[in-house]
Design a binder for this molecule. Structure first.
Ligand SMILES: [Zn+2]
Length: 308
């Protein structure tokens, strides 16, 4: 197995206000843990420049221009109560999209079996016409459409285990049965969406978890809801919206997973990818706000991707 890792120094230059949980130190913690010699075989590549035109795969042009004009020349501009932009945020967001799209290229051309993209800002809360929840553009949604437009993928699955529901990804694919969106998330919790009854065109599978749920409840949701949906759908590509804020140390939620659960969930998805999707897995960092919980969880996730 070849596992590729994309990152880029520009991701450290998306600056958020002091005390904001979505901060550059998150990527520094990931970089430190992946420096260990057990990750020596990772194929480390600097993220390429993104193609702004691909943002339009998931967002209308008026919205893209609205975000562009919201980027400040200096300081930090507030987009909503918890979403902000600094002068380099545009370049960071576009490079995150470039990395995700390059990862799709890699798994379809065989340059890599699977890819982890360590980027920020995250993306899964960004709806068609709204930046929110620390997210400017929906990187996972753009990558899914990119696979369809550029690699002939008929069906793409996005599996989202971030502790928050990916309202943005659900919104973008709500009436599009060519993309399956599956999510485990704490409920109630921000952003408030993600009920079992939200099913879109039959392509949305929400598995909400009650506060204080642990490993057993999470794994049961995967085994009973997410994995059967994947088996039925038989995707050509699996994209993981890999947030690690369901870790028990995370300050933003009350789900009690350990890094072993992310190892397990990764293994389950790799097994499906091997059987259904030509091994193609692209994993995109979303949330995860306790630096130690995040680092240990990413190590478990990437270690499992490398084992195949
Ligand atoms: Zn989250």
């Amino acid at each position: 197995m070849v596992t590729r890792l994309y990152t880029h120094p520009i991701f450290l230059e998306h600056i958020t206000p002091p005390g904001h949980p979505e901060r550059p130190d998150r990527l520094r913690a990931i970089e430190r843990v992946l420096d260990d010699e057990v990750f020596a075989a990772l194929d480390r590549v600097q993220a390429p420049e993104g193609d702004e035109a691909t943002i339009l795969y998931a967002h209308p042009p008026e919205f893209v221009e609205r975000v562009r004009t919201a980027i400040p020349d200096t300081g930090i501009a507030r987009i909503d109560a918890d979403t902000t932009a600094s002068p380099k945020s545009w370049q960071a967001a576009v490079t995150a999209i470039g990395a995700a799209n390059a990862a799709v290229d890699d798994v379809f051309t065989g340059r890599a079996d699977n890819v982890f993209v360590a980027a920020r800002p995250p993306g899964h809360h960004a709806e068609k016409t709204t930046s929110m929840g620390f997210c400017l553009f929906n990187t996972a949604a753009i990558a899914a459409r990119y696979a369809q437009k550029n690699h002939g993928a008929d069906r793409v699955a996005v599996v989202d285990w971030d502790v928050h529901h990916g309202n943005g990804t659900q919104d973008i694919f709500w009436d599009d049965p060519s993309v399956l969106y599956c999510s485990t998330h704490q409920m109630p919790l921000y952003p408030g969406t993600g009920a079992v009854s939200e099913t879109g065109a039959g392509n949305i599978v929400n598995a909400p978890l009650a506060p204080q749920s642990g490993s057993d409840v999470f794994r049961d949701a995967f085994l009973s809801r997410i994995l059967p949906a994947l088996d039925n759908f038989a995707p050509d590509l699996i994209i993981i919206s890999a947030g690690f804020d369901a870790h028990h140390r995370d300050p933003l939620a009350e789900i009690n997973l350990t890094e072993d659960d992310f190892d397990w969930a990764t293994g389950q998805l790799l097994e499906r990818a091997g059987r259904l999707s030509g091994n193609r897995v692209v994993s995109l960092l979303e949330g995860g706000y306790d630096l130690q919980g995040l680092a240990f969880s990413v190590a478990a996730h990437v270690g499992r991707l490398m084992k195949g």
